[in-house]
Design a protein around this ligand. Structure first.
Ligand code: AMP
Ligand code: MG
Length: 322
């Protein structure tokens, strides 16, 4: 049985599994999370594989304490005030990612921002402290299923199950955290949740909603947000002049960046954003990507690549190149 009552011993074991790159479901005050070491690309890719999502969406990075946020994101006065008042608690802040932040790019779906929070649950906090790493943790349910508020919900939903499910009883809040974007001057509510908008407005003044601002970072519109500046050509067998080739599998030339020489889709997902960024730089004028199989994590990889390849009339590079 992978469900284990949360106590100091099982929490230490869970921390060990997480540091090993395995997935552990754990209780938070909102819902059960499916946790992975946020600094480990492969572990984060395993979250997407387990949830069976057809696309990548950015994950919330859970921290043991507010002080840890400063190492990952730029914390301005607004964020510091909100953190003081609401953390630990069901408020997620989207903040500019520090370039040196040791968090998987896959965990933020390639965005320049990171969503961070400190959960208000003794088991979650003990696990974070024992692991000593930030944990990426979306709700512990397969894509399209209802968020779990008990350990049993999680156990019934995954095949194979996570390496461990820490049972800390039913979740007190039962709805997800409020997600607030503070990357711009105007605070934008991306997702309503455990902390009411009115409560945030006491601290911040007026808060926009994502719909009102048509902010591209809003959930659902996120997909179009990160795209390389250079044009992307898909299903390429080889690079044309001026193109950098992003390879996949054993047929890729040895001198190109290869998402996975073994043809492993989890490895490819783990490498996707970091490799796209590396190729999206001079002297390359364009990026050609070899075909990726359309099953398993390949669906999400192809989804993201399709969006990266979609015409972007506003891109200065596209305009310059005609
Ligand atoms: P979940 O982890 O399943 O509770 O969902 C995470 C929520 O946070 C989703 O609504 C995401 O769109 C949002 N989110 C996470 N990271 C970011 C980010 N960097 N920018 C904008 N929204 C984010
Ligand atoms: Mg969810």
């Amino acid at each position: 049985m992978t469900i284990v009552a949360a106590d100091p011993r099982s929490i230490a074991q869970a921390a060990e599994l997480l540091r090993d790159g395995r997935l552990v479901a754990f209780p938070t005050e909102t819902v059960y999370g499916l946790g992975a070491d946020a600094t480990n690309d492969r572990a984060v890719a395993a979250i997407f594989a387990a949830k069976g999502r057809p696309s990548f969406n950015p994950l919330i990075i859970h921290l043991a304490a507010a002080e840890a946020a400063g190492e990952l994101v730029a914390v301005d006065d607004r964020a510091a005030a909100l953190a003081r008042r609401f953390w630990p608690g069901p408020l997620t802040l989207v903040l500019p990612r520090r370039p040196e932040a040791a968090v998987s790019l896959l965990a933020s779906a390639g965005l320049d921002s990171l969503a961070v929070r400190v959960p208000a649950h003794p088991v979650a906090l003990a696990l974070l402290a024992a692991t000593g790493r930030p944990l990426a943790a979306p709700s512990a349910n397969p894509s399209g299923r209802i968020s779990p508020t008990t350990a049993r919900h999680v156990a019934g939903d995954f095949d194979p199950p996570p390496a461990m499910i820490l049972d800390g009883g039913p979740c007190a809040v039962g709805v997800e955290s409020t997600v607030l974007d503070l990357t711009g001057r105007q605070a934008v509510l991306l997702r309503p949740g455990g902390i009411a908008r009115e409560t945030l407005e006491e601290e911040l003044g007026p808060v926009d909603t994502a719909a009102a601002t048509a902010d591209p970072r809003a959930p659902g519109m996120l997909a179009s947000h990160y795209a390389p500046a250079r044009p992307v050509r898909l299903d390429a067998e080889q690079a044309r002049p001026g193109e950098a080739l992003l390879g996949f599998g054993g047929r890729a030339p040895a001198d190109c960046l290869n998402l996975s020489a073994e043809g492993d889709l989890a490895e490819a997902a783990a490498n996707l954003f970091a490799m796209l960024r590396r190729l999206d730089a001079p002297p390359q004028r364009a990026i050609a990507v070899m075909p990726i199989p359309r099953h398993g994590l390949g669906l999400a990889i192809n989804d993201r690549l399709r969006r990266a390849a979609a015409p972007r009339p506003s891109s200065p590079l596209v305009r310059r190149d005609g």
